[in-house]
Design a protein around this ligand. Structure first.
Ligand code: AMP
Ligand code: ZN
Length: 115
């Protein structure tokens, strides 16, 4: 856990939040500033700053995150209509929170991939 990391504090329960999913490795909660009708963040509980910091040891964790995304898409009504799973990595991506997280967004037509 990184002491100054907001997502570490959420994942550890130091800052209470409503988890949509939680296990020993992964947590998911709604984005505080949703940009789509469905906007969920899925994070590893371990402090990994970004995708640039993953190693082969994280392979199973990343696979689990994809399965959690699929489950949450179904539970939030977008499995059939479609959704997007994305992570921002580094300055040019606009990454704001330096703790690896995946945005699960959907609930309306998302349009072309990049803006
Ligand atoms: P990124 O730009 O990919 O780093 O996305 C960071 C996301 O975290 C943004 O969509 C923020 O709205 C969201 N966020 C920041 N603080 C919180 C928080 N305390 N709870 C939930 N979402 C947050
Ligand atoms: Zn962290």
């Amino acid at each position: 856990m990184a002491d100054d990391c907001i997502f570490c504090k959420l994942a550890s329960g130091a800052i209470p939040t409503d988890f949509l999913y939680e296990d020993e490795d992964v947590a998911a909660f709604r984005d505080i500033s949703p940009r789509q009708p469905v906007h969920i963040l899925i994070i590893p509980k371990a402090h990994i700053p970004s995708l640039a910091d993953i190693t082969p040891e994280h392979q199973a964790l990343l696979g689990k995150i994809c399965l959690v995304a699929k489950k949450l898409a179904a539970e939030n009504g977008v499995a059939e209509s479609g959704y997007r799973l994305l992570t921002n990595c580094g300055a040019d991506s606009g990454q704001e929170v330096p703790h690896l997280h995946f945005h699960l967004i959907g609930g309306q037509y998302l349009g072309p991939f990049c803006s």
